[in-house]
Write a protein that binds this ligand. Structure first.
Ligand SMILES: Nc1ncnc2c1ncn2[C@@H]1O[C@H](COP(=O)(O)OP(=O)(O)OP(=O)(O)O)[C@@H](O)[C@H]1O
Ligand SMILES: Cc1ncc(CO)c(N)n1
Length: 267
């Protein structure tokens, strides 16, 4: 029984955060568990309120899993503040977890802050060195490296800077790229750059794409895949999920977490 733990925020709307992660784990045959860092009141229109947990409450949830069940892979999403980042990092070290996927969530699509600006430094210092792979989108990679990203060369430069911070592998996701035809993610393991490209799907329903993608990477690692294999499967999973879209609500709808299972041809 392969098990994965997500340490992230709750999205009441069900498309991102903990909810996206657990749905994705389930779809990829992994037993999903959670430690909730914050409760958000959220829907397809945006984030209406954020209620962070105490760092103690987050640590306790992780301990409950670490002391009894264990985890084959762990992902972090919304962590909100430096205190939570520090206690999550401590617990990851305490339990010796190595398959750690860090999705450095900072800002929701509508602009709401999911990580306090002053916590970026804590993320870099405490958590990034414990990760096996990090999955920033373009604005997050810019914030972590202080590098504006416009071109492919800028992406490579940012990826190199992230590895210099102690990161082992990185995927810079291309959802925010200008390219109207392709959505291309750049994978770097310190030696080789690999681009994973799929056809860009013209849709508004992209709420939770980043969470879903990093949860699929985590599920792959829990199932024993290599990092690159896990990233490849995650790219197919998110492509199917965006294509399968769920047109609910009045804003940015979520992706379809069951589409990959149902699709006959996985891209
Ligand atoms: N319109 C699209 N068509 C196809 N793939 C997309 C599209 N938008 C995003 N993706 C893919 O979805 C994954 C997530 O990328 P993205 O850059 O959107 O993450 P994100 O900004 O962290 O998402 P969010 O913050 O909404 O959860 C990547 O693999 C990216 O290439
Ligand atoms: C709880 C939560 N985590 C992450 C994101 C980023 O998509 C979001 N919108 N909400």
């Amino acid at each position: 029984m392969n098990k994965a733990l997500t340490i992230a925020g709750s999205d009441s709307g069900g498309g991102a955060g903990i909810q996206a992660d657990i749905k994705t784990f389930q779809e990829l045959d992994v037993f999903g568990m959670s430690a909730i860092t914050a409760v958000t009141a959220q829907n397809t229109l945006g984030v209406q309120a954020v209620y962070p947990m105490t760092s103690e409450a987050v640590a306790k949830q992780i301990e409950s899993i670490g002391e009894d069940i264990g985890a084959d892979a762990v992902k972090t999403g919304m962590l909100f503040n430096a205190e939570i980042i520090e206690s999550v990092s401590e617990k990851i070290k305490q339990y010796g977890w190595e398959n750690v996927v860090v999705d450095p969530v900072m800002i929701a699509k509508g602009g709401a802050s999911l990580l306090q600006a002053e916590a970026v430094h804590a993320l870099i210092r405490h958590l990034l060195p414990l990760s096996i792979v990090i999955t920033p989108n373009i604005p997050e990679a810019e914030a972590l490296t202080d590098t504006p990203i416009r071109t492919r060369e800028d992406k490579e430069e940012a990826a190199r800077k992230l590895l210099a911070l102690g990161v082992k592998n990185v995927v810079i996701k291309g959802g925010h790229d200008e390219d109207p035809n392709q959505s291309s993610d750049l994978f770097f393991d310190g030696t080789e750059f690999v681009t994973l490209s799929t056809k860009r799907i013209p849709t508004n329903n992209t709420h939770g794409t980043g969470c879903t993608f990093s949860a699929a990477v985590t599920a792959g690692l829990a199932n024993g895949a290599s990092i690159y294999e896990a990233v490849q499967t995650a790219k197919s999973f998110i492509q199917a999920a965006i294509k399968g879209q769920v047109p609910i609500g009045h804003g940015h709808g979520p992706t379809n977490h069951w589409a990959y299972r149902k699709s006959s041809h996985k891209e």
